[in-house]
Design a protein around this ligand. Structure first.
Ligand SMILES: CSC[C@@H](O)[C@@H](O)C(=O)COP(=O)(O)O
Length: 342
């Protein structure tokens, strides 16, 4: 079974409102490009591939109703530009916009406006099917690769954020690898990080794991390094919002520290992403525009304030004890009385 997050038929689009999960299953109607933009911006729909698919499908629905009149190309261009601005870090929407615009401009040279609308809708509808097929291949490649290192054993995976059916047209990317391992009977357990501040791991990945029957354990983000040390993690597998030419990857906040902890523990770290998430026009990760979300997403949960409104930054330079201030390397000596603070 695979969860359904996008319901589409010609002229009609409904999306599962992921802000209400796991408590409520509500499908919202998307009738216009503006509805699509708002659903993406507010994160009713999220995950790089799903953002692009829902954005483009919202355009398909409006085109089906005749939007753009005698000049659909201008309408398509303005709509794609608007949709791309909703979540800039995930490259899939921007890339789909570029490719679709090129297609629409070519089609407009030899087709009537009605034919143009139809062929653009057809192009968009293919995105849905392509994404599911790509994800199944990612799942298969990833599972086979990970299993090649452990020929007989089951494996334990740690993943971050939500990269499953809810973040794609179906099957998932990093969670697709987990899904394939489970289907092969080789998944011992998947550890899912809660993924603060928006809790996609706790609200969405844990929900998918229960729905699909994966053996899963939810951990706080702060438990990840210890889990790597104590729980026999075979591999860390995460998704991507954008992978650039040198392999640098932008993904949900917290991915960087997982990569560092994995390296420290000698655990292989994989990024599972379709080629539509790759952006070879950028040389390094420093060129990626990183989306800044509202501070309230950290200081409240579902509108309930949970924190004082301060800006905090932690850069520990030593360990301050009642005996004095010590470097980590000095602590043992300090606590056993062999060293005194200056
Ligand atoms: C297949 S989803 C790939 C990425 O978009 C995913 O790893 C991720 O970080 C999602 O973040 P989100 O902020 O929930 O859109």
């Amino acid at each position: 079974m695979t969860l359904e997050a996008i319901r589409y038929r010609a002229g009609s689009l409904q999306i599962l409102n992921q802000l209400l999960l796991p408590h409520e299953t509500v499908f919202d109607e998307v009738r216009t490009v503006q509805d699509g933009y708002e659903a993406i911006k507010s994160m009713k729909v999220r995950g790089a591939p799903a953002i692009a698919i829902v954005g483009c499908l919202s355009l398909a629905v409006e085109l089906h109703a005749g939007a753009g009149g005698n000049d659909p190309v201008t309408f398509i261009r303005e709509s794609l530009c608007h949709l791309t601005s909703a979540r800039p870090t995930a490259v899939n929407m921007g890339r789909a916009a570029r490719e679709l615009m090129e297609f629409a401009e070519n089609e407009s040279m030899e087709k009537t406006t009605e034919q143009l609308r139809e062929s653009v809708i057809g192009w968009i509808e293919e995105m849905l099917e392509r994404d599911v097929n790509d994800n199944k291949k990612i799942g298969n490649y990833g599972a086979q690769h990970i299993l090649s290192g452990v020929p007989r054993d089951s494996v334990t995976i740690l993943t971050h954020c939500n990269t499953g059916s809810l973040a794609t047209a179906g099957y998932g990317t990093a969670l697709g690898v987990v899904r394939s391992l489970h289907a092969l009977g080789r998944l011992r357990r998947v550890y899912c990080t809660e993924t603060r501040p928006y809790n996609q791991g706790a609200r969405l990945t844990a929900y998918e794991a229960v729905a699909e029957g994966f053996p899963a354990t939810l951990i706080t983000d702060s438990m990840a390094a210890l889990t790597m040390r104590e729980r026999g993690i075979t591999a860390v597998v995460v998704g991507a919002d954008r992978v650039v030419a040198n392999g640098d990857t932008a993904n949900k906040i917290g991915t960087y520290q997982l990569a560092i902890a994995a390296k420290h523990h000698g655990i292989p770290f994989y990024v599972a992403a379709p080629s539509t998430s790759c952006d070879l026009s950028l040389e390094s990760g420093r060129d990626i525009v990183i989306e800044e979300r509202p501070a309230e997403e950290l200081t409240s949960i579902n509108g309930v304030p949970i924190a004082a409104q301060v800006a905090a930054r932690v850069e520990p330079a030593g360990i301050i004890t009642e005996l004095g201030v010590f470097l980590p390397s000095e602590l043992q000596a300090a606590l056993t009385g062999r060293l005194t603070a200056l």
